[in-house]
Every structure is written in structure tokens, then in C-alpha cells.
Design a protein around this ligand. Structure first.
Ligand SMILES: [Fe+2]
Ligand SMILES: [Fe+2]
Length: 230
């Protein structure tokens, strides 16, 4: 069922957006945030009824949604949302997917994370192919201001927080052209895949911590995010 859901989404995207990359990425990024909203909603519910408290999971998933928000803002700055039909399709799909993922996460968190692992994997390959095909054109264009702010000049605390296999500040993308921006976005998708895989591990409830939590409290760290010198 998980593969079917992802497959349907990919099929629609391939059919409608073969020759329009920015609207395609706009729709992809609108839908890509939704599972993180669903995880956050269910985790908040568990906190509210006193069933389970894992503040770090909320932090990591919020940072993931914040990262996807910036992918979306970049696509909007490139004109990906200019057509009302694309906006309608993106938001309708997002709404449907939100409730589906809420239901799946309530029944099986592992399946919901597996779903997102597949979506993020697909996003990585989509951006990778785009980078190969449009390299020269992208290298000649300036990066949007929102990308400079998010990846380079702004507060990068939340940028570090979704990359659970990394030490904070260990990844700082170079942003000089639009090509660099898409490299950064593609690599973000790969970091999401790693985080989703980590969330599916059998001992995830004790091993998942936000990168900053692990640095300031090394006893909380997994072996991959312990910095050599604290
Ligand atoms: Fe994204
Ligand atoms: Fe993503």
C-alpha cells in the first residue's frame, strides 16, 4: 500500500509535469511537507493525552518540515506556483495525503516513516536528474535571496536539526549560483532519507535525538552524531 501511494504520486507527477520542472518541484515540495505535519499532529496528540513524550522527535520533524518549507519558498521564488491549477492540485493532494499519513502513523509509525523514506528518495533522484540535464543553465543563474538566507546567511540552527546522522555545523552548502541551490536541496533530500531510516530502527525511541541535543548532552548521542571534540 505504501509503494502504491508513492507510485501513484510519482505517476501523476511524471504525466503532468514532464516539461515543467519548477511547477513539478512546487507540487512535490507542497506534498513533501505534509507527512511531517502528520507526524507532528499525532505526536502532539500523544503528548496531550499523556501517552508518550519525546520532545526531540517533535524538534526533528519540525526541522524537517522547516527545511521542506524552504524548498517550497525557493520553488515559489522561481515561479513554480504561478498557475492556479498547479496550486489547486498541490493543495488538494496535500490535504488528502495529510489524512492518509495521520491514519497510517496512528496504526504503524514504521510504515509512515517508510512512506516518507520512499518519497524523499524519489525527490533526491528527481533533483539529481534535473541537475545533470540543466547544469549549464543553472550555473549561469543567480541564487534566490531566500536560498542565500536559509543556507548561508541566516540562522542555521534548524538547518542542522533535521540531519540526525550529522554533527551540527558539519554541513554548510556553498551558495553562489542556482546550481548550488539545487545541489543543496538534493543533498537535503538525502539527509531526510537517512533520518527516516533512523526513525524506523527497532530502538529508535531511545536513539533518535536532535543533533544539538546530542552535542550538549553526549549521553543522548548515537555513535554517528558524537563530535570528536565537544
Ligand atoms: Fe524537499
Ligand atoms: Fe524532501
Amino acid at each position: 500500500m505504501i509503494k502504491l501511494l508513492v507510485g501513484f504520486l510519482v505517476m501523476v507527477m511524471n504525466l503532468l509535469y514532464k516539461t515543467r520542472p519548477y511547477p513539478r518541484f512546487y507540487v512535490l515540495e507542497t506534498v513533501a511537507r505534509v507527512p511531517y505535519f502528520a507526524y507532528l499532529s499525532v505526536l502532539h496528540l500523544y503528548e496531550s493525552i499523556g501517552l508518550w513524550r519525546k520532545a526531540d522527535w517533535l524538534k526533528v520533524h519540525f526541522a524537517e518540515s522547516w527545511n521542506e518549507l524552504h524548498h517550497l519558498l525557493i520553488m515559489e521564488s522561481l515561479g513554480g506556483n504561478n498557475s492556479w491549477i498547479d496550486r489547486l492540485l498541490a493543495r488538494t493532494t496535500a490535504l488528502v495525503y495529510y489524512w492518509i499519513i495521520v491514519a497510517i502513523y496512528l496504526i504503524s509509525p514504521k510504515s509512515a516513516y517508510h512512506f516518507m523514506e520512499l518519497v524523499e528518495e524519489h525527490a533526491y533522484h528527481t533533483y539529481d536528474e534535473f541537475l545533470t540535464e540543466y547544469a549549464e543553465q543553472l550555473k549561469a543563474e543567480a541564487p534566490p535571496q531566500i536560498a542565500i538566507q536559509y543556507y548561508r546567511d541566516g540562522d542555521l540552527y534548524l538547518f542542522d536539526e533535521f540531519q540526525t546522522s550529522r554533527v551540527p555545523e558539519s554541513r554548510r552548502p556553498t551558495i553562489e549560483t542556482l546550481y548550488d541551490v539545487f545541489i543543496a536541496i538534493r543533498d537535503d533530500e538525502s539527509e531526510h532519507v537517512k533520518t527516516m531510516v533512523a526513525c524506523q530502527s527497532t530502538n529508535a525511541t531511545t536513539t533518535i535525538h536532535s543533533p544539538h541535543t546530542a552535542v550538549f548532552d553526549p549521553s543522548q548521542a548515537t555513535t554517528t552524531n558524537v563530535p570528536s571534540k565537544v
